[in-house]
Write a protein of this length. Structure first.
Length: 385
């Protein structure tokens, strides 16, 4: 099977790029031929001309449409797997796939099919106004991008895609990464028969060395919507517990960090692995829904449970009751976050049990091999019925 992966890279290497790269290597390892149509946004916003080009191309990109048409003619793929199309490919390019009679599967990484920003977030908190109103104009009204140029551009590209039916008429299957996403797409009027759920994946080790860990870990950028400040306030109230935050600082802040909070900076590879191994648990106090928090799977690789907000994909991945692989707290509720942190910190046996459940869930539901089989079944069904 020949698979064409289509993706417009973001300005900086992101989780979506990592997923695209991982999918490519997995498909290749299983004997499929993989080709790419890949553009990038890197450095495009450093100049006024670049910003104007991005604004216009997001609505309709002549070069993006032409480029996809040419690679379809040259590579003749069996199936196209689309990821991000903004701004330089644009949803208009999907019509070329239909003309070429090549089926399209779109991996839905975020909420951009419904919300112009893709985040279902305004002022650092969940917002579903565009879903409720069934249009995108509120993005301009509330200036969700904190730049009227960007808010207008993001709105117009979504409106144009919706008016032309770029997604609904040309995508054969929408592959959501969580059931929460699936529910939101159906609420927005997408055909439930064209939606499947295939989660993100990660390599599951054959086993792990159980360690107690000496601190509470945080993995993610240090920005308001991620809720890291809630964890800092929890740390301030409990100087007896060490907190370590791994992530790039993306905003100016006047937060004073107490002595028991250590900033590790951005970690990856072996450094990140060691960081997780030596933690007792991972806390992800996000104010926003997020797409699929990979930190949960990264922690599960080493038998570490997570604490996360009871909304979005967190609820179904972490779970509740006997099947829970961590603990959920009421979103944006500092007291409840503190309660869950203390519960796991003071009960190491419970923490170890939850960590083992996390590892087992990873192995059974989110391992690269398990998720690959879902993709293989989907492609086979689309191509051969």
């Amino acid at each position: 099977m020949k698979i064409l992966l289509v993706h417009n890279n973001y300005g900086k290497y992101s989780g979506e790029e990592a997923v695209v790269d991982k999918m490519a290597s997995t498909f290749h390892e299983h004997g499929h031929e993989v080709c790419f149509y890949r553009l990038t946004t890197e450095r495009s916003r450093e100049s006024l001309s670049g910003k104007i080009k991005g604004f216009l191309c997001g609505i309709y990109s002549p070069s993006g449409v032409k480029g996809l048409r040419e690679i379809l003619e040259r590579e003749k793929p069996d199936v196209v797997n689309v990821h991000n199309l903004y701004p330089f490919i644009s949803p208009a390019a999907l019509f070329e796939c239909k003309k070429a009679k090549v089926p399209v599967v779109m991996t839905v990484h975020n909420f951009r099919l419904i919300c112009p920003t893709g985040l279902f977030m305004r002022n650092g908190k969940p917002c579903e106004v565009c879903l409720q109103k069934r249009n995108e104009w509120s993005c301009i009204r509330y200036n969700c991008e904190h730049s009227y140029l960007k808010s207008v551009g993001y709105t117009l590209r979504n409106v144009y895609a919706r008016w032309t039916g770029a997604y609904k008429d040309n995508v054969n299957t929408f592959a959501c990464i969580t059931e929460f996403q699936e529910e939101k797409l159906m609420e927005a009027g997408f055909d439930k028969n064209k939606i499947v759920v295939i989660p993100n994946s990660i390599d599951a080790p054959s086993g792990y060395e159980a360690t107690l860990g000496s601190y509470i870990a945080y993995i993610g950028r240090l920005s308001y919507e991620k809720g890291y400040d809630l964890l800092v306030e929890t740390a301030r109230k409990h100087p007896e517990i060490q907190f370590c935050l791994a992530g790039a600082k993306r905003e100016d802040t006047n937060i004073a960090f107490p002595e028991n909070v250590r900033l590790m900076g951005y970690l990856k590879g072996k450094e990140l692995e060691s960081f997780i191994k030596n933690a007792r648990l991972v806390a992800i106090p996000s104010r926003c829904y997020e797409g699929f928090p990979m930190a949960i799977l990264e922690a599960a690789q080493f038998g570490k449970p997570c604490i996360g907000p009871d909304h979005g994909g967190f609820t179904e991945i972490i779970g509740k009751g006997e099947s829970a692989i961590g603990r959920l707290f009421e979103p944006n509720n500092l007291n409840d976050l503190e309660k869950q942190v203390l519960t796991l910190w003071n009960q190491p046996v419970l923490t170890e049990e939850l960590g083992h459940k996390a590892y087992e869930k990873l192995r059974k539901e989110y391992s690269s091999e398990v998720v690959y089989r879902k993709w293989d079944e989907l492609f086979t069904k689309i191509l051969y019925g």
